[in-house]
Design a protein around this ligand. Structure first.
Ligand code: PLP
Length: 385
C-alpha cells in the first residue's frame, strides 16, 4: 500500500541514478531519457558543473529569505533580463507559480488602467499549470474537471487564429493575451511563423500585455534560448521554469517596461522563491548552455532527428504529421497510441504519449548516437501499433 495520494499513475520503474542522457533503475538497467523529466533536465543527469554548483552552494548557504538581499538571485535576474531584453524578474518555484505572477501582473495592469474586471485571453488546448488560476487559464476541460468554481475572467480563443483574438478588441475589459509560443502539453502545436508577431501588434494597439509562457519552450528547448526569438519580438511578460534549474525547482516571471514596475513591496512573494541554491544552479545552467554552445547542438540535433524520422516514416500510413522545433518533437499517428508508453519502457526508452502523438523532449546535450537510438526505437514502436 502506498501513502501517496493517487494523482499520479507512475510507470513500474524507479530510477536511482543518472548520467548524461541515461537513467539507471533499481535493477541496474539503463534507459535513454528522451523526455528529460518533461523538458527539465536539458543538460542531462548529474552534469558535473551543475552538481558542482549545487554542492558548493549547499556548503555555503541554501536558504535565507527574500527579506534580505540574495546575491545570486540579483545576478540571475540581471543575466535573464539581459538575455531576454526584459527589465525585472520575480522568482518562484515552478512554472505554475511563474504564471500566477504573470496573471497577477496582468490584473494589476488592468486596475492601473481603471479596469475593475480585467480579462486575460488564453488559448484552447493550452497548458499553464495546476494551481487554481493557472488551471483556469488552461484551455483543457480535463485539467479543470472537478475544480469548479474556476477563477473567472479568462476567455479561451482558438490557438493560431489571429481573428479569434481580433474578435475581442472591442471588449474594454481585456488586459492581456497569454500564450505558449508552441503548445507543449497538447502535443507540440506550432503556430504560423508570424502568429506571435501579429498577436503582439494587436496587444500594442490595445494596451494589452503580451504574456508568453515559455515554461516548456524556454531555456534552449527549441534551439533559441527563448522560442519567441524566432519572431524577433519582446513580450511584456515572460515565464520560465523547467529547464532553468535542470531539476532544482525554480520558476521565473520576467517583465518589461511598465509591467516590470507593477509589483510593489507586499504585493507578491514566495518563501523559497529564488533562494541562493536554486539561483546559483540556474546561473550555472545558463553558463553551460553558452559555453558548450548547446543552442547550436539543439538546432543540429533537432534537424538530425526530424530528417531521420521523416526519411524513415515518409511511407508510413500510420503517421499523420511530424511536428518539431529544435528538440521539441511530436509524431502524430492516425490512432491512439497510449500502449506505446510501456512498450517504449520495455525498449529502455523514456518518452511521452499525448493522445495520438508520441512526444520527445530529449536532452540538449544529446549526440547522434542517442538520436539514432531514438529514431530506430520509435520507428520500431510505430510498426507495432
Ligand atoms: C507551458 C507550461 N506552462 C506551465 C507549466 C506548469 O509548470 P509546473 O508543472 O512547473 O508548475 C507547464 C508544465 O508542463 C507547461 O508546459
Amino acid at each position: 500500500m502506498s501513502y501517496l495520494m493517487s494523482n499520479y499513475a507512475p510507470l513500474e520503474v524507479t530510477f536511482v541514478k543518472g548520467g548524461g542522457c541515461y537513467l539507471t533503475d533499481t535493477k541496474g538497467d539503463q534507459y535513454l531519457d528522451a523526455l528529460c523529466g518533461v523538458g527539465v533536465t536539458g543538460l542531462g543527469h548529474s552534469h558535473p558543473e551543475i552538481s558542482r554548483a549545487i554542492q558548493s552552494q549547499a556548503q555555503k548557504v541554501i536558504h535565507t529569505s527574500n527579506w534580505y538581499h540574495i546575491e545570486h538571485q540579483e545576478a540571475l535576474a540581471e543575466k535573464l533580463c539581459q538575455l531576454s531584453n526584459m527589465d525585472g524578474a520575480f522568482f518562484g518555484n515552478s512554472g505554475a507559480e511563474a504564471n500566477e505572477a504573470a496573471i497577477k501582473i496582468a490584473r494589476l495592469h488592468g486596475h492601473t488602467n481603471n479596469i475593475d474586471n480585467p480579462i486575460i485571453l488564453t488559448a484552447n488546448q493550452s497548458f499553464h499549470g495546476r494551481t487554481m488560476a493557472t488551471l483556469s487559464a488552461t484551455g483543457n476541460p480535463k485539467v479543470q474537471s472537478g475544480f469548479a468554481p474556476l477563477v473567472s475572467e479568462f476567455i479561451h480563443v482558438d490557438f493560431d487564429d489571429i481573428n479569434a483574438i481580433k474578435a475581442h478588441t472591442d471588449n474594454a475589459n481585456v488586459v492581456a493575451v497569454m500564450l505558449e509560443p508552441i503548445q507543449g502539453e497538447s502535443g507540440v502545436i506550432i503556430p504560423a511563423d508570424d502568429y506571435l508577431n501579429q498577436v503582439q501588434d494587436i496587444c500594442q494597439a490595445n494596451n494589452w500585455l503580451l504574456i508568453l509562457d515559455e515554461v516548456q519552450t524556454g531555456i534552449g528547448r527549441t534551439g533559441k534560448l527563448f522560442a519567441h526569438q524566432y519572431n524577433n519580438i519582446t513580450p511584456d511578460v515572460l515565464t520560465l521554469a523547467k529547464g532553468l534549474g535542470n531539476g532544482v525547482p525554480i520558476g521565473a516571471c520576467l517583465a518589461k517596461g511598465k509591467a516590470s514596475k507593477l509589483f510593489q513591496p507586499g504585493s507578491h512573494g514566495s518563501t523559497f522563491g529564488g533562494n541562493p541554491l536554486v539561483c546559483k544552479t540556474a546561473l550555472a545552467v545558463l553558463e553551460v548552455i553558452e559555453k558548450d554552445n548547446l543552442l547550436g547542438n539543439t538546432m543540429q540535433m533537432g534537424e538530425y532527428l526530424l530528417s531521420g524520422f521523416k526519411s524513415k516514416l515518409s511511407n508510413s500510413d500510420k503517421v499523420l504529421e511530424i511536428r518539431a522545433k529544435g528538440l521539441m518533437l511530436a509524431i502524430e499517428l492516425n490512432q491512439d497510441c497510449s500502449s506505446l508508453l510501456n512498450a517504449a519502457l520495455d525498449k529502455k526508452l523514456l518518452l511521452n504519449i499525448t493522445g495520438q502523438s508520441i512526444r520527445l523532449l530529449p536532452p540538449l546535450i544529446m549526440g547522434k548516437a542517442e538520436a539514432d537510438i531514438m529514431i530506430n526505437t520509435v520507428c520500431e514502436l510505430i510498426d507495432t501499433v
